[in-house]
Design a protein around this ligand. Structure first.
Ligand code: ADP
Ligand code: MG
Length: 687
């Protein structure tokens, strides 16, 4: 404790010293290594203080233990005293009993001689007092019994004495044992106390030594810190100078910044202006390019003719049968893909069209030919593609194709989607499809909920002169999947409607109308292009005698509408003022898409077999006539040997319309021998 007290005093002295040190003016040197050192030292000091407090706690614990042990010792001593007192009492009692027993024995011994004497006396005087003797004898006997009894008692007493001796010995041994144990406990306790005292001393010594060493280190560090502080002062002075210089610079910085910003802004403004004027220039150029492109396109169309006619010959099929009737009658020119030769009734006839596709041409080959037309739709042109020809010549195959090998319809939409996607960065497009059918001059919606409903063609109420069909369903499509769904829907509509779809569809015109509406994102310019894909009714002529009732009516309607189509195309190509669009539902509906700078392609489907040569001849004549209409009197093609054989082809307007001036050139035989009301009469070689 004294040592503790000394340590405490030392500690207090150290603390006072430390406080004095702290009280000294400290030059702020944050972050310097000396302050870190001193804080470390402070930490150490507090650690030491903590240790001293711990030691104090330990000491008080030890004191408590010593106190407890002392108490226990006093208790044990008290118990020992009690035991000794008990033992003394017991000894006292036993010795008293021993004494009593000795006294009894002595008194008994003293009593025995008179008994012997009585017996002798009895022997001497026996004769006299036999009775007295017997009495004495009984008394003697009684006394002897008493003696035996006393002896017994004595024996017992001796036994008891012996027992009490043994007990005493035992008790003594026990006491000795207790005393030894007590001694040992005492010794142990003393040893423990000794060792604890030693431990305490050692701990205090160690703590003190450590504290001294650390104190010394603290002192040394402090001295180091002091010298460091002294050396740091000049550095601090230069730092302060630097700082002041920087401060001055910072004060001037906003002005500098403002100036820099002003100049940068001016530069940026200039750059933006330059870019703007550049952009303007580019936009101007772009618009000029657009116009140029359109001009070029128009020029191209003018040069090529905006009505083109191609022929496609289908392969011979199983359905054509066998024998001479099914032999091939069509041949091609290996050097010129616009020529087709037909052997009709032994006479060779040749035709020149814009292009002729042989039976080996694939769907893709045909599509390649129409691809440019379809893309022009995106630029806002109206396009019509017709498949013309007798039933079974491959019109539907060319337009619709098969699921594995789709025709123009599906390929066109696919192309539109991909083209639109390519231009998506500059243009926004919306593609819709409608499907309609014209049967017996009645227009019906194939995608409508009520396909039986007759639709009318009306003038737009906005006064634009445009036509529209109220109630015609328009589906917006975004993918090939969408189109497939639309086609399927249309097909299902038709199959539930007609028991013999094949027959029905060969007598009706099927139209797929695709509208592409675009907005130029940068200029806001809007375009609308319409693509009309038409699978025409079969062009075969029905014999007057063989047709009656419904069949005749159908044939008349088909004939009239195909003639009207021919008339319209003829009028357009010869640039007549009046074009008889209203002569059929088909031409009226397609008015927008046939006039102006729109483009038309006619695919004339041809059956190659012998039995169909008559219809083939008729179809090819129709094709060539349509194609050559525009050429006019000066450029009329007379070089073709086939044209002379065509002269019997007779054209007659379906309705009473003014006679087109150019028609006389294009169809020399027109107007002669016309017998209205019959397909044959109308469209029949006069032979
Ligand atoms: P249309 O529609 O003119 O009546 P289709 O298109 O129905 O004629 O054709 C009649 C048959 O000839 C169909 O079985 C069709 O698959 C087949 N066909 C037509 N053109 C081709 C062709 N280019 N290649 C193979 N088969 C064809
Ligand atoms: Mg068909």
């Amino acid at each position: 404790m004294v040592e503790n007290e000394q340590l405490r005093q030392e500690l207090r002295r150290c603390e006072v010293e430390l406080q004095e040190l702290r009280a000294q003016p400290v030059v702020p040197c944050e972050g310097c290594e000396h302050s870190q050192e001193s804080s470390q030292l402070r930490d150490k000091l507090s650690q030491l203080q903590l240790e001293v407090a711990e030691n104090k706690g330990m000491l008080s614990e030890l004191n408590l233990e010593v106190q407890q042990k002392t108490d226990r010792l006093a208790e044990v001593e008290l118990r020992l005293k009690d035991c000794l007192a008990e033992k003394a009492q017991e000894e006292e009692r036993l010795s008293r009993r021993l004494r009593d027993s000795h006294e009894t024995i002595a008194s008994l011994r003293a009593q025995s001689p008179p008994v012997k004497y009585v017996i002798k006396t009895v022997e001497v005087e026996s004769s006299k007092t036999k009775q007295a003797l017997s009495e004495s004898q009984t008394r003697n006997q009684h006394l002897q019994e008493q003696v035996a009894m006393q002896r017994q008692v004595l024996k017992e007493m001796e036994q008891q004495l012996q027992n009490s001796h043994q007990l005493t010995v035992q008790l003594r041994a026990q006491i000795a044992m207790y005393e030894a144990e007590l001694e040992r406990a005492h010794g142990q306790m003393l040893e423990e106390m000794q060792s604890l005292e030693e431990d305490k001393n050692r701990a205090i010594e160690e703590a003190f030594a450590r504290a001294q060493v650390e104190m010394k280190a603290v002192h040394e560090n402090l001295a180091g810190v002091r010298t460091n502080l002294l050396t740091l002062q000049p550095a601090l002075r230069t730092l302060t100078n630097d700082y002041n210089g920087l401060k001055r610079q910072v004060r001037g910085f906003p002005l500098l910044l403002q100036e820099a910003l002003r100049s940068v802004k001016a530069e940026i403004g200039q750059a933006i202006e330059e870019v703007n004027s550049n952009n303007q220039e580019l936009l101007r150029k772009y618009r000029r390019e657009l116009q140029l492109r359109k001009k070029c396109h128009n020029e191209l169309v003018r040069l090529k003719g905006n009505i083109r006619v191609i022929a496609r010959v289908r392969p011979v099929t199983k359905e054509d049968g066998e024998g001479p009737e099914a032999t091939n009658a069509v041949t091609f020119d290996p050097d010129d893909d616009s020529i087709i030769h037909l052997l009709h009734k032994g006479k060779p006839v040749s035709f020149e069209l814009d292009k002729v596709f042989s039976p080996w041409a694939s769907q893709q080959d045909v599509f390649q030919e129409v691809q440019a037309l379809i893309t022009s739709c995106i630029d806002g042109f109206n396009v019509c593609i017709f498949a013309y020809g007798q039933t079974g010549a491959g019109k539907t195959y060319t337009m619709e194709g098969t699921p594995e090998n789709p025709g123009i319809n599906q390929r066109a939409l696919q192309l539109l989607f991909s083209e639109v996607q390519e231009k998506a960065s500059d243009w926004q497009y919306n593609i819709t499809v409608s499907a309609a059918e014209i049967y017996n001059e009645v227009l019906r919606d194939l995608l409508g909920k009520e396909p039986q409903e007759k639709l009318e063609i009306r003038l737009c109420p906005d006064g634009s002169g445009q036509l529209y069909v109220p109630g015609l369903t328009e589906f917006q499509v975004q993918s090939v999947d969408d189109i497939n769904k639309v086609f399927e829907f249309g097909y299902n509509n038709r199959t539930t409607e007609f028991t013999n779809l094949n027959e029905h569809s060969s007598r009706s015109h099927a139209l797929l109308i695709v509208t592409v509406r675009g907005v130029d994102c940068s200029t806001g310019l809007r375009t609308t292009g319409k693509l009309n894909l038409v699978d025409l009714a079969g062009s075969e002529r029905v014999g007057k005698s063989g047709a009656e009732g419904n069949r005749l009516r159908e044939a008349q309607h088909i004939n009239r509408s195909l003639s009207a189509l021919g008339d319209v195309i003829a009028a357009l190509r010869s640039r007549q003022g009046h074009v008889p669009f209203r002569n059929s539902k088909l031409t009226y509906l397609l008015q927008d898409s046939l006039s102006g700078d729109s483009k038309t392609l006619m695919v004339v489907q041809v059956s190659p077999v012998e039995k169909n040569t008559s219809e083939t001849l008729y179809s090819l004549k129709f094709a060539e006539r349509v194609r050559s209409v525009e050429l006019g009197p000066g450029s009329r093609r007379t070089e073709l040997g086939s044209w002379s054989s065509q002269e019997h082809l007779e054209w007659e307007p379906a309705c009473q319309t003014p006679q087109p001036t150019a028609r006389a050139h294009s169809a020399p035989g027109s107007g002669t021998s016309s017998r209205p009301g019959s397909i044959r009469r109308k469209l029949q070689p006069s032979a």
